[in-house]
Design a protein around this ligand. Structure first.
Ligand code: PNS
Length: 167
């Protein structure tokens, strides 16, 4: 039977760190369903439609990936789709408490679905959608951290030019 994982998140917007987790997750799972869900504690920059479009553009050419969105509990969607696991990336220790709480709550809600963590690649350890948006707003060089289509959309949103600065 096909081993399916749900890779859930806000993806506001998708970053190279997310793509790294997806491509590495595909070495473990047969199919990954990248799923946009609501995180009530986040204020969003991009609409659902925009986030779906940015994900589809960014994941072009990667097989066995599907993009979905769901308005409800992650575990309900995972069950609907017969997923064996929820895939999450873990960066620094600062991610741990939140991820631990979420994994335990999801396990309490649905015992049959396992949460699997992949450590973010060192290159992406400081990459987060929030910090990227903050830097991009003021024209900071985030070019190496996001797919080109995301960089372009950030420039349009904030009406800035993001110039590459060699580090
Ligand atoms: O990228 P994020 O914002 O860290 O992702 C968090 C997300 C969207 C995965 C999480 O908030 C979520 O699962 N939302 C759906 C509602 C739910 O099932 N919450 C977890 C149990 S309380």
């Amino acid at each position: 039977m096909e081993k399916i994982a749900i890779y859930p998140g806000s993806f506001d917007p998708v970053t190279n760190g997310h793509i790294d987790i997806i491509t590495r997750g595909l070495k473990i799972f047969d199919r990954i369903i990248v799923t946009i869900l609501e995180n009530p504690s986040k204020t969003l920059l991009f609409s659902l439609r925009e986030r779906v479009d940015l994900l589809s553009e960014s994941l072009k050419g990667i097989d066995n990936v599907e993009i979905a969105s769901y308005d409800g509990l992650l575990v309900d969607f995972a069950k609907q789709r017969n997923a064996a696991a929820i895939l999450r990336g873990m960066r620094a220790v600062s991610d741990f408490e939140y991820e631990f709480q979420m994994a335990l709550m999801n396990r309490k809600l649905e015992r049959e679905i396992q949460t699997v963590f992949l450590m973010t690649g060192l290159r992406w350890i400081f990459t987060s959608s929030s910090i990227i948006k903050e830097a991009a707003k003021f024209g900071g060089d985030i070019e190496s951290m996001v797919p080109e289509v995301v960089k372009n959309r950030l420039e349009e949103k904030f009406n800035v030019r993001i110039n590459h600065r060699p580090s």
